[in-house]
Write a protein that binds this ligand. Structure first.
Ligand code: KG4
Ligand code: ZN
Length: 331
């Protein structure tokens, strides 16, 4: 019975997971309302809010799971990458909580957490599989060969795809965070009305680049200010179609290169309806098994952190009181 804790960005989350993948509870407290008016996450405000929220969220996760603190056998907590001040709240809390209960704990890589969200599903993928990780901070392709081994095949050289979604929404005056709004707007638009060049970078390679399309949308918006109200949905659709084209193409090409029959999409942007639809249909056409977590486990959550922790704890890995968080990806 593992308690997972996540606080790497602007979500305070706790979850209880049994045997590595049986979900007993998952609580996610979003700070969106606090950061909304600033058009992005304000790190200092995020840290302060995590401090207020962490204990109530953990208590709620235990209550929902129907367990007492004494029933928790181990603890897993996000160690990085993320905002240092935010990470420190969950990480320090976890250390103290585990020390108080006298139970083992382990620090977890947030990106590995997103990959493990695929295992929380009713039909988890077999190994190996190729995973496309698309979030607000990262965009990468991995060849995943076991619960604790993944080879990086490619990644973004500039912006993450979620970051591009957020910036495009911002320049169109659609608020923060932008992913879900663009998703909704795009569904009402015609992607052929305002087309954007597909940011393939290198069509045969697995690296990504999204800063160019972000600037192209910005330029288009600046030069069409008068017609913006009429064009918003079409711009959203044109941007989204270009991005989804590239993501789908590279994911399928990566699976082909690995001779791998299974693909997964994980991370906050995996909630995108168009991306889910395109990957599902393109994957099916190639005879691939497609794994995309339910929307609740695409965004940041603690169940995925507990799921990773289970495997590291089983391998004997333990966190120590001297361990620290890290802002950039290490592993
Ligand atoms: O994984 P996540 O919750 O946090 C990070 O680890 O970054 O991802 C958040 C990102 C944000 O950029 C948000 O705009 C994007 O995921 N996102 C979406 C959708 N829902 C959230 N992007 C596109 N379509 C969506 N429906
Ligand atoms: Zn994340």
């Amino acid at each position: 019975m593992i308690l997972g804790i996540e606080s790497s960005c602007d979500e305070t989350a706790a979850a209880v997971v049994e045997d590595g993948r049986r979900l007993r509870s998952s609580i996610v407290a979003s700070q969106v309302e606090i950061h909304h008016r600033y058009g992005g996450v304000v790190p200092e405000l995020a840290s302060r809010k995590h401090i207020e929220t962490i204990l109530p969220v953990v208590t709620q996760a235990l209550d929902q799971a129907g367990v007492a603190p004494g029933d928790i056998e181990a603890l897993a907590v996000t160690q990085g990458p993320g905002l240092v001040g935010s990470l420190l709240v969950g990480f320090s809390f976890a250390k103290g909580y585990a020390y108080g209960l006298g139970i083992p704990w382990v620090g977890v890589n947030h990106l590995e957490g997103h990959i493990h969200s695929a295992f929380l599903d009713e039909h988890p993928p077999d190994f190996p599989f190729v995973a496309l990780l698309v979030s607000g901070g990262h965009t990468a392709l991995y060849h995943v060969t076991s619960f604790t081994a993944a080879e990086l095949m490619g990644q973004t050289r500039d912006d993450a795809v979620g970051e591009a979604y957020d910036k495009v929404a911002k320049v169109m005056g659609l608020g923060y965070p932008g992913g879900a709004v663009i998703d909704r707007r795009a569904a009402a638009g015609d992607p052929a009305r305002v087309p954007f060049k597909r940011p393939f970078l290198d069509k045969n390679g697995f690296d990504f680049s999204f800063s160019g399309i972000k600037s192209a949308v910005n330029r288009f918006v600046q030069s069409h200010a008068e017609e913006l109200t009429d064009l918003r949905d079409h711009i959203a659709a044109g941007f989204q179609e270009a991005v989804v084209d590239v993501l789908t193409h590279k994911l399928l090409a990566a699976a082909k290169q690995q001779g791998c029959g299974r693909i997964a999409v994980v991370g906050g942007v995996a909630a995108n309806r168009r991306l889910r639809e395109r990957v599902r249909s393109a994957g099916a056409a190639q005879g691939l098994a497609v794994h995309i977590p339910s929307v609740a486990f695409c965004g940041d959550n603690a169940a995925m952190i507990a799921a990773v922790g289970y495997h590291y704890l089983q391998q004997g890995m333990r966190g120590g009181l001297g361990d620290d968080v890290y802002s950039r990806n290490l592993r």
